[in-house]
Design a protein around this ligand. Sequence first.
Ligand code: C2E
Ligand code: MG
Ligand code: MG
Length: 728
Amino acid sequence: MIDSIGMTVSEPDDPAKILVVDDDPSMLASLKIMLKASGYSPDTAQGGEAALELLEQIDYDLMLLDLQMPGMGGHDVLRQISRRDIQTKVVVVSGETSFSAVKDALTEGAYDFVRKPYDAGELLTTIENGLSRRRLEKQHAAMALALEDSEKLHRYIVNNSPDIVYVLDKQGQFTFVNDRVEDLLGFKREHLIGRHYSELIHENDMVEATYVFNERRTGVRASKDVELRLKINDQVKGVRYFDTHVLPISLHSVGMYNPMGLDGKGEFVGTYGCARDITDRKRNEELINYQAYHDLLTSLPNRALFEDRLNLATAHARRYNELLAVMYLDVDRFKLINDSLGHAMGDRLLQVVAERTSGCLRAEDTLARFGGDEFTLLLPQLSKKEDAGAVARKILESLRAPIHIEGQEVFISASIGIAMFPSSGETMGTLVKSADIAMYHIKSNGKDGYRFFCEEMNDSYTCHLTIERDLHRALERDQFEVFFQPKVNPQTCQIVGMEALIRWWHPERGLVMPNEFIPIAEKTKLVVPIGDWVLQATCRELCRWRDMGLPKLKVSINISAIQIEQDDFVDKIIGTLDDSGLSGEYIELEITEYGLMKNCANAVQKLRRLSKRGITIAIDDFGTGYSSLSYLQNFPVNTLKIDRSFVKDIKPGSRETCIVDAIASMAKGLKLHMVAEGVETVEQLEYLKALGCIEVQGFLFGQPQSAKATLELMTQRPDGKLSSCLVS
Ligand code: C2E
Ligand code: MG
Ligand code: MG
């Protein structure tokens, strides 16, 4: 029985089948009785023809054959079974006693000869010998078949292995290689037999290959997972690899020894091994490697790769006394372009910048993207400083040409700062920083140009510029946070509102307070996008509180004069409130006196529009400016917020206390609310309470805190009372 992959399955043992052939019916009958009695399964055939017919159909283990029969005699039968390759043991039982007849019968394939009249014991012994011989032969045949099957199985496994499996002789020539080699390398296996393995090895891997292919070790010490490249037969079409000339493999090879070796230890006869195709792994590794060192949008090197190259380049320049330039390129007004045209267009634009800039460089230069719209360039081996200037001019010129994206024509420009090695810095860090500072100088001087770094740029003015540059990034990189400080009703100590106060988490300087950066943001007008961000962040928080079912609170937002000047000032506020589904009552705007005076003419109109939406207006830091009652009456102001410098010195009879008293009566006269900030002591609180202050704010009730802490404060005090704070 043969199963699906060609293995023979053994059958159970049956009683031996014996065919008795004679022309004498009485002989047939007597032999049949004897054989049956001895436990055999006998059939009879009268004559040679009848015997052959049965032999064709049934597999007899043994045949008792008479030689002399009419018609087809015993000799004919013997010749026929040998011709037809019928497997049975033949014992000739014959009255024929001539030597030649017996010899002929034996040469014709008979196993033994018993003379008639036979001796039953002798005949049975002969039969038993014949049968055991037959059994042995059968077993042998079965074993041979099993061996053949096992060989087939192993060949099947080896040939269907996903790996190349090979055997080399001790000269390193292939004596076996499986079918897989054809799929993977495109070579016919027959062509490889007898060829030296080195013909398949990529030139650069030859040394390593010699070491592994000549592997003499076995077991755990043998070569494992050695990576090599094999050559691919180029003539074969349709090879599926990314590099069609080589196949990366991982090789495992073991030395082979003949156990019968002369030295008793075994004689080295060759090597066998397997080579695994690691194309996919290599491709993944390359991709991961690529992603770690490249910017995916532009395919340019990223910061890590740039820094690596710059390190190498500075080491080289130092050694050979060469000049090199580091450039910092920033696309002018990119944020505006990105916001107005959409991020997809912004991305496309950055790709164009990358392409055009690359087009201006030599092969040895490096252009990298640092993130956002910032690119850095490394120009090694310059003969003079001016060469860097020429490259910068070339880049600026190429960027100025109109860019056509999705049917739109866009114009861009860039600012480039250049730092020369070694004059503007000797380390990677200082070079990049100097180029960045130089870039910021050109940015703040009308943009679209380039500038070399010089030491003077490092003075206090630069510090200003550094903050300005960092502020730009702070917005893009989400470094701002809104803190909230409670406003409290002095009579009940209940929280009645919050003031939103911005904080900046600077990556190097840590927490930066608004007084440090708001004035600069105002000067550079960055306060406009920063203010937009504060408004949005505050509204987000208000929505969260509302959605959590917390009591409705009014949040004050500080507004700079520059923001009011913007044409879309009102629309932005109303738009943001509408988008958040918040009514105007949720918001109060705190504007300084200076902010109001600066915009006197159109601020009135704008604030009225806001006021109509329920938004209230407070004058912040009141008392520090030059407020005149007359203009206060023109504005839709609801609240005067006494500056904390006055609150700080509240003592009966002091000058500050007089001012606080004066503001209180002014507020009363103008029918405005009076609130106070910077309340730190219970005395201050009591004094302000007596004056009719409706809201107070200060460290006495709590410092400005993060949104998270504020939320906790509100959920922990459902009555909104902060009176316990007063205990201390
Ligand atoms: P401000 O609007 O007068 O805010 C009150 C300032 O006084 C806050 O300082 C607050 O932390 C502080 N303060 C509150 N209670 C006390 C107290 O009891 N004692 C003391 N010593 N100080 C107290 P902060 O947060 O540093 O803000 C400073 C200024 O920065 C603000 O003064 C405001 O003019 C400006 N600012 C803050 N956030 C923004 C903003 O989002 N936009 C704009 N344009 N300006 C902002
Ligand atoms: Mg304020
Ligand atoms: Mg204030």
